[in-house]
Design a protein around this ligand. Structure first.
Ligand code: BES
Ligand code: MN
Ligand code: ZN
Length: 509
């Protein structure tokens, strides 16, 4: 999809669809007013009026009040060059004549729905004439680009005959004035790059476990680095991991026929001397629970247990597109969690790369077992901050639902920066405690630490487990169990938290 910012003449512009704004009370934006014309007919020298100002008349007839999320599509409007006219409701204007950022996004999200049944290939969105509270043209253009590109993603790559879709956008023009064009163009670039990262993460997340194996993820990472001077990718095989002493990670892949992979990405776009930020992703390509087998209901959704890994790869995709001037390391612990005859058993004790011994009381608490070794491995990059991203606990879904990712950290500045990034990227996280009080739930009679902490505070004890392996750096843990995918009719990966991660990386170098 090609997106460009241009100065446009709303009434004269030829397009499959012109998109304009209306506010609560039926108030029209400048470009909506420009197309609110009185159609005329020319007959032998005289021009006759053939109707009232058509847009206003239409809105009135349909009781369209410009409420947030309302929209109205007019086919073949008279007297203007556009083939269709889509009016979006932005809700009420504040005292300064501005709409809220939430209402702006809400309105934009309606475009895909409103045009779903049309054959529009090319549209023009004329919203440069509305002001959004605390936001500029760059923000607007970024939102539009992000929303349009992510809304066009389809999870049909494995259908033998993909459903016929009529609304496939190839070209989008954003109407802005001269003073806004350069900021808007910047916003488009950023929005596109983020959306491509998000869609990439979604596609990987949606692929089933029989296709998206640890080996597949490793190949995708290698593929990302092809012909890229700033990115290098290295894959550590099980033998290399054993040599490093990664007994915890390997205890998870022990029960699977698929070999585990440690995928290491190094993006060097910044100053050589600047310490990198490290992203560590949980890449369980299918989580059966192992010998502590999960119940059958909705177990298919455990193909999404590699969404942390997918968000790391998606973030690197965005960084590459932006050629961002920063240094970032990615470490992905990729494995299946399966219950074959060599599988780890409850009660087994394994030795992690850090030297700490772990009593595996429940083989379904496998995410922390692969992450702890990946986190220890990350020490070698002397990172200035380490962020792990993991679909770690069902308990986090209970605590925060699908709205916010759980955020745990041993560093207040890092925690604040991530919260802020999530807020500004519309991909929020929310802080959870990591108090010492919870640590004793991980005591084991036989090893240094147990891999589960009982029923209470499940997402916190999981984070406490990880905290035992992150003492050497500023660290944050994002539990994305509730945010990484949607269930039910809209089942599918969301691509979160790619927007949060990209925002954090760009804002904190
Ligand atoms: N991948 C799951 C977490 C999960 C479960 C995410 C359901 C989203 C929905 C993780 O590996 C797991 O199984 N965690 C256990 C931990 C427990 C055994 C301490 C859980 O949350 O039940
Ligand atoms: Mn599990
Ligand atoms: Zn899991």
């Amino acid at each position: 999809m090609q997106i460009t910012a241009k100065i446009i003449d709303a009434a004269k512009l030829s397009t499959h669809c012109l998109v304009v704004a209306c506010f609560e009370g039926g108030k029209l934006s400048t470009s909506a007013s420009a197309v609110n014309i009185t159609p005329t007919s020319k007959t032998a020298g005289s021009t006759k009026t053939i109707g009232a100002q058509q847009l206003e008349a239409l809105l009135k007839r349909e009781h369209f009040a410009g409420k947030s999320g309302q929209n109205l599509l007019q086919l073949s409007p008279l007297g203007i060059a556009a083939e269709r006219l889509l009016v979006l409701g932005f809700g009420s204007l504040d005292n300064d004549g501005k709409v809220s950022a939430d209402n702006f996004r809400k309105a934009l999200q309606k475009i895909a729905d409103a045009l779903k049944a049309t054959h529009c290939k090319e549209i023009c969105i004329s919203l440069g004439d509305i002001s959004v509270c605390d936001k500029d043209a760059e923000w607007q253009a970024r939102q539009i680009s992000e929303i349009l590109i992510t809304s066009q993603y389809r999870s049909d790559s494995l259908k033998s005959k993909p459903a016929e879709v009529s609304f496939v956008l190839t070209k989008v023009t954003l109407g802005f004035n001269k003073a806004q064009i350069s900021a808007a163009t910047k916003g488009i670039k950023l929005g596109q790059a983020i959306a491509h990262g998000v869609n990439f993460a979604r596609e990987l997340g949606n692929l089933p476990g029989n296709i998206c194996t640890p080996t597949y993820l490793a190949r995708e990472a290698k593929h990302l680095a092809r012909n890229q001077s700033k990115l290098s990718v290295k894959i550590l095989e099980e033998k290399a991991m054993a040599a490093l002493g990664m007994g915890s990670l390997l205890s998870v892949s022990a029960g699977s026929d698929q070999p585990a992979k440690l995928i290491v990405l190094e993006y060097k776009g910044g100053n050589k001397k600047t310490a990198p930020v490290a992203l560590v992703g949980k890449g369980i390509t299918f989580d059966t629970g192992g010998i502590s087998l999960k119940p059958g209901a909705a177990m298919d959704e455990m193909k999404f247990d590699m969404c942390g890994a997918a968000s790391v790869l998606g973030t690197f995709k965005t960084l590459l597109e932006l050629q961002a001037p920063i240094n970032v390391v990615g470490v992905i612990a990729a494995s299946e969690n399966m219950p074959n005859g060599s599988a780890t058993k409850p009660g087994d004790i394994v030795t992690s790369m850090s030297g700490l011994t772990i009593e595996v009381l429940n083989t379904d608490a496998e995410g922390r077992l692969v992450l702890c070794d990946a986190l220890t491995y990350t020490e070698r990059f002397k990172p200035k901050a380490v962020i792990d991203i993991a679909t770690l606990t069902g308990a986090c879904v209970i605590a925060l639902g699908g709205h916010a990712s759980g955020l745990f950290s041993n560093n207040e500045a890092l925690s604040q920066a991530l919260l802020k990034a999530g807020q500004s990227a519309n991909d929020r996280a929310w802080p959870m405690p990591l108090w010492d009080d919870y640590q004793k739930q991980l005591d084991s009679n036989f090893a240094d630490i147990a891999n589960i902490g009982g029923r209470e505070a499940g997402s916190i004890t999981a984070a406490c487990f990880l905290s035992r392996f992150t003492k050497k750096f500023a660290w944050a843990h994002l539990d994305i169990a509730g945010t990484a995918w949607l269930s039910g009719g809209a089942k599918g990966a969301t691509g979160r938290p790619v927007p949060l991660l990209v925002q954090y990386l760009l804002d904190n170098q």
